[in-house]
Design a protein around this ligand. Sequence first.
Ligand SMILES: Cc1ncc(COP(=O)(O)O)c(C=O)c1O
Length: 476
Amino acid sequence: MDVLVSVRGPGDIAARIYRQLRDAIEDGRLRPGDRLPSSRDLARDLVVARNTVATAYDALVAEGYTVGRVGAGTFVAADPRPSGVGGSRPAVAASPAAPASAHPAFDFRLGVPDPRLFPVAAWRRAMADAIDEALRVSPGYGDPAGDPGLRAAIARHVGVSRGVRATADDIVVTAGAQQAMDLVARVAVRRGDAVAVEDPGYPPARELLAAAGASVVPVGVDGEGLRVDALPADARLVYVTPSHQFPTGVAMSPARRAELLAWADAHDALVLEDDYDTEFRYATRPLEPVVRLDRSGRVVYVGSFSKTLLPMLRLGFLVAPARLLPALREARRLAGWHGDAPTQLAMRTFIDDGGFARHLRRSRRVYRARRDRLVAGVERDLAPWLRLNRSISGLHVCAMAAPGVDAADLRRVAGRAAELGVAVETLDAYAIGGDAAEPCGPAGLAMGFGMIDEPLIDEGIALLARAFAEIKPRRP
Ligand SMILES: Cc1ncc(COP(=O)(O)O)c(C=O)c1O
């Protein structure tokens, strides 16, 4: 372990070396088991006598901070602390704060797919090969749009699974959907431009647009998706999740899709289509993405591997009209040049050799079973209080409050459910301007099934029904 020790300044050099190493151990920069440099090496680096370093090391050993192993060197002790009573560190580290909700027994929260479904063995193989290949073929900087092989693979994937007509040249590989949206904001949004977002909607998208200097205008969502009739006439860009509106779960109706494109044409605006989780679909005839209907280059289509694999990979992409691509590629170059080559190559192999398709088929079976169980449970046990929205894809469902139930009731129910070990999310958390004190937007509960095992779903729903019955007893 390289340690930066300074011996400048007046006073005893051995004491200074001792103090700096002790501080590094106490605040965790040096961890148990770390090897200190040999006294000979450190003395040479600091240009001090070896005995000076040895004196400091002896003091650290005597205080219990380090242990010496003959022939191996000096190591930070497994439980480094002064051997005397009243040392500067507490004898027992405080246990980390663990709020009850960190690992709820019945986890219906939105967001992350099941990491246990991640195809570890196949991904490990693909990564090992990819590291070799990257070292051989592209150890330096590559194409800012992303590895051409991966772009070709993504083009085939979205062509087959989503009917999106794209070639490798239409695609920019990004660090998740979030970066795809960031690039679009950089090239298509100027400070002060009005941009429309769904309300309720996906907070990171609107936060990003606001950070880009846009004037963000919330636009309501109904049973057919974004209310195109409520779009502000001066919007330059409209952010939408048409396939599975986040968080209400509704799919935008075909009529509304046509209306949105006609609106964008008439107002010379761009549509940012976030198709974040539609690989998991449960209807026989999935709706096509809006980009399929785009005849005039109005739509930037954004996809992500965060739900199909895991967010940790930070892999996403965009498919853009030709006129925007040069600027988007340039923005990607400026934003870190490109993603790391091994991950891109591994993803390319994983798509090309069919592993990704197999993984999707397997995951879809698991999620479908969970979703069917959840939908049946909500309809069976929660009917007095909730009405399920019809959604045909994704990893969560959403239910709106039945007549007589309001947002405040739902927040109380969610609070009581949390005490019972059940985590659910209220929609007002996603409404713009909504907060606990002053809720706004539609009242509803969103329930994810990415993290909950199928056999636990019935019990979770039964506990949720208990919370409802306590807070909002059914009328006789
Ligand atoms: C609406 C929406 N868009 C996009 C994403 C994925 O973002 P990213 O690809 O940056 O992880 C999510 C993930 O939760 C999401 O809910």
